[in-house]
Design a protein around this ligand. Structure first.
Ligand SMILES: Nc1nc2c(c(=O)[nH]1)N[C@H]1C(S)=C(S)[C@@H](COP(=O)(O)O)O[C@H]1N2
Ligand SMILES: [Mo]
Length: 355
């Protein structure tokens, strides 16, 4: 490889190192919030933090796609170098690049399909996406270590004009990919954002991933005999919808930040968890397990950690944007808590249990 093409490959490689690192770290955060190890804690404030970290995850992942394609393009003549294997280190290096390419390709395509809310596979996406992230980052670190001498010597060279044009096209493609996605979370970018088909749509101006009909809860949710049970060591208290409506109200502007990358703020109003826990004979700051009317599927149960049940902005919401919750947004009541992934904002709540 000649020196200026090395420089192009190095520059794109450095950009990829930045986008991959951002994507990996923000992905870990999202995984740990949803499957917290004992040492992990996530604050309930600022309310917008997860919206930013998960937006960054999706945007940096999407920016990586054109960068990766450009990098492969800039090195593909090496595929035809002969002999195929020169030495043991050379063979190991090629093997590590194969693992790296496969893992990164898997991460970016599964991530992209997930953002598009399309699951053409049967395995449980988040588990594999998480496991392969470690393979990808590990092989990236090996690759960087191996290539560091080349990166060092090539970043000091100026590229020739044709390669400069190639680099410019690469940055432009990455920029377009970012803008096309960012509208899902940055409102001013919505009109120019082809991929942000979710935001701003849906009942009461907020997108819906799973409708009440799809979750099979419509009849139970509309049943006048619906009750909320709050289970504490002191016993079980049940509330009708009218009894919940009679409790002191808290209103707050809070975002739903879906793991798929879209996010949107809305005005929520309902009973704060601290208020409800006190009323039911427990105390704010007690961890709570939330049960939905939706029994099948992975989103029927979620856990509110102590930080969140101590926060007055963690709501059992009854209203959205000044109206009674739409069935698709979780009528009769749903959890809406600050700084949490959308998947944990459980809809159609029927039971709360202190833990
Ligand atoms: N019971 C239940 N709650 C749920 C879901 C679900 O499928 N079932 N989807 C979750 C996901 S992935 C998101 S992003 C939010 C979306 O809330 P919305 O439909 O009101 O916008 O609800 C969450 N709560
Ligand atoms: Mo979501």
């Amino acid at each position: 490889m000649n020196a200026t093409s090395e420089r192009v490959t190095s520059q794109i490689g450095l950009a990829l190192a930045v986008t991959f690192t951002l994507c990996f770290v923000t992905g870990l955060i999202s995984h740990f919030i949803q499957h917290p190890p004992s040492w992990f804690g996530w604050p309930s404030r600022p309310v917008w933090l997860y919206r930013v970290t998960q937006g960054t995850h999706v945007i940096s992942g999407i920016a990586s796609i054109p960068l990766l394609l450009a990098k492969l393009w800039s090195v593909y003549p090496k595929l035809f170098e002969r002999p195929v294997i020169r030495s043991l280190p050379h063979a190991l290096e090629r093997l590590s690049i194969l693992v790296l390419s496969a893992a990164v390709f898997f991460e970016l395509t599964t991530g992209l399909f997930n953002v598009a809310q399309n699951y053409p596979w049967t395995f449980y996406f988040p588990q594999l996406h998480y496991a392969l992230a470690w393979v990808a980052i590990g092989s990236i670190l090996v690759h960087i270590a191996v290539k560091l001498p080349i990166v060092r010597r090539s970043v000091t060279l100026a590229p020739e004009p044709s390669r400069r044009a190639f680099l410019r096209t690469t940055w432009l493609a990455a920029g377009v990919a970012v803008v096309a996605t960012a509208g899902a979370t940055v409102p001013v970018l919505r009109p120019v954002s082809g991929l942000s088909w979710r935001s701003g749509k849906g009942p009461q101006g907020l997108p819906v991933n799973r409708t009440a009909a799809a979750a099979g809860v419509l009849d139970m949710a509309k049943d006048p005999d619906w009750r909320l049970s709050v289970v504490t060591p002191k016993g079980t208290k049940t509330y009708s919808l009218d009894e919940l409506r009679a409790l002191p109200r808290t209103s707050a502007e809070l975002p739903i930040a879906c793991v798929e990358g879209w996010s949107q703020s809305a005005r929520w109003s309902g009973v704060s968890l601290p208020e409800l826990l006190r009323h039911a004979g427990s105390a704010p700051g007690t961890p709570v397990r939330v049960f939905s009317l939706e029994k099948a599927g992975p989103y029927g149960i979620s856990d509110l950690p102590a930080e969140h049940t101590a926060d007055d902005l963690t709501l059992l919401a009854l209203e959205l944007n000044g109206e009674v919750l739409d069935a698709d947004h979780g009528f009769p009541c749903r959890i809406i808590a600050p700084n949490r992934p959308g998947v944990l904002q459980t809809k159609w709540v029927t039971r709360l249990e202190t833990r």
